[in-house]
Structure formats: structure tokens, C-alpha cells
Design a protein around this ligand. Sequence first.
Ligand SMILES: [Zn+2]
Length: 93
Amino acid sequence: MYELSNHTEIIVHQALQDYLRNHSIPCSCELCQADIMALALNRLPPRYYVSLRGEIITQWESHNLPDQARVMAEVVRAIQQVSATPSHPIDHT
Ligand SMILES: [Zn+2]
């Protein structure tokens, strides 16, 4: 079965996990992480590719990927936005 994947989503996910390993944020639950991913991905260009059972079929130019610094900047911006206005009440106790 052919699958459509977004390479930008993979690198945003990695950037978020890297950030969470080194910083604490008000809430890092599944919902908040999904909110952060959505906000960051909406601001970065998508890079879709087609794979067949994990094997990449289409060639995408790796130099067309948004650079790591830009990805991390958007992830940090998304974290600040979600921290300021989380989708659920955060229990600080
Ligand atoms: Zn949360």
C-alpha cells in the first residue's frame, strides 16, 4: 500500500522531543504536544513523499527541507503559544 508522509512532520516531532528532553514546559501531555505540532506545522512548508511499505518511492530534495534552526524556532514559538493558552485547564498542584 502506498503511503503519503510529510517529512516536515517527522523533523518537527524530533525537534519537539529534543526540546522536551532539555526543558520543562507547563504541560507536555498528548493533547498539548499535538497542539504544539499543529501550530508549528501550520507555519512550516510541508514536504510530502510517497513510500511503499516504508520504502521511499518519490525523491524529495533534502536541501528543500526547512532548516533545523527554523524548525526549532517554530517549535519554541508554538510551545509558548500553547503554554499561554492551553486547550485544557492545567493543574499546578
Ligand atoms: Zn496538556
